[in-house]
Design a protein around this ligand. Sequence first.
Ligand SMILES: NC(=O)c1ccc[n+]([C@@H]2O[C@H](COP(=O)([O-])OP(=O)(O)OC[C@H]3O[C@@H](n4cnc5c(N)ncnc54)[C@H](O)[C@@H]3O)[C@@H](O)[C@H]2O)c1
Length: 326
Amino acid sequence: MAAETKAVLSTILNIEPIDLAYTGLKKDSLKGEVAVVTGGASNVGLGYARAIAWAGAKVVIADLNAEAGAETERVINAENGPDTALFVKTNITQEEDVKNLAAKAFQKFGKVDILVNNAMNMRLNGPVLSSPISDLDSSFAISGRGVMLAVKEFVPGMIERKHGVVTYSATQFHYAPPMVGGSIYTAGKAAATSIIMSLANEVKGTGVNVFCLTPAGVMRIDMSKFPPPPKDAPIPKDAPKFNMAMFGMPGFNGMVPPEAGGAAMVYCILHAEELHGSGIIITDAFNAMNFPYPNPATAPKPTESHRLSDMELTLAFCTMGPGFKK
Ligand SMILES: NC(=O)c1ccc[n+]([C@@H]2O[C@H](COP(=O)([O-])OP(=O)(O)OC[C@H]3O[C@@H](n4cnc5c(N)ncnc54)[C@H](O)[C@@H]3O)[C@@H](O)[C@H]2O)c1
């Protein structure tokens, strides 16, 4: 690894080098765009922010975590050049914070073209019966109120300029199936997905495109914390580039590294017109990109990836859009 890359990566953030050229994405495909990523200082949002910046856009990171946020700004600027990124400490549930975010974003970059609603408190995941009501309030505050505040702050300018993309990091679970566990998280997610899909109807034809992207299994696993996989585990030869664990989730062959999640987001933003008013699960984005994840030989075929189990079918209205043009 080059010395400068090592210096950039020597950080509290859990990241790997980013170079998305191998995905087919073009380095300047988002040049001239300005994006806001909420929850952009960790995992999925961090992958989105870095990938969007890699593709040439300016990025505003809105996050509660000031230390990780400042570090995200530093890393993105080191990777892409000074003044690519701006961190604004933001609690997206607070109206004055979101207004401050917008003021800082407009002051620095003059406009916002892309709004990535991604923030969430993943610990708000208890069952209905044993969770305090304050957990439900917090879940709705981030996923409902926070999304609506950001939409109201940034979308009018997009409509005025007839150009914009609004997206949301949805989940495929709109109530808690056994594998997810708690319900407080899914209740909040469903509220935000509903707001986003309603917005898609409201802004139809204005030049603003709105869709949900469901990350599903995006995280970096520290493999040193796990026993070595069995000898015949289906880890593709070309995968170790990423720190990938093969956990065999249904429909998935492993965990998706955040940088790859970011590549999928960039692809979806570039295809936002096709996706308007729908949701897309990340594996479909990879299929559409012919992404080498996890391995072309074992990747689900596009038609299979649309096939949802009975359990998912009742839950997954956000994944049941038209998807990409085939
Ligand atoms: N990881 C996955 O595979 C997966 C799957 C489905 C959906 N999602 C969704 O993707 C999003 C990101 O997930 P993640 O795994 O990266 O979670 P994460 O917990 O790693 O990151 C969430 C980020 O949001 C920030 N945040 C929390 N509350 C905030 C607030 N009030 N204001 C501003 N920032 C706030 C946190 O500080 C953190 O940086 C979430 O909305 C999650 O529901 C993730």
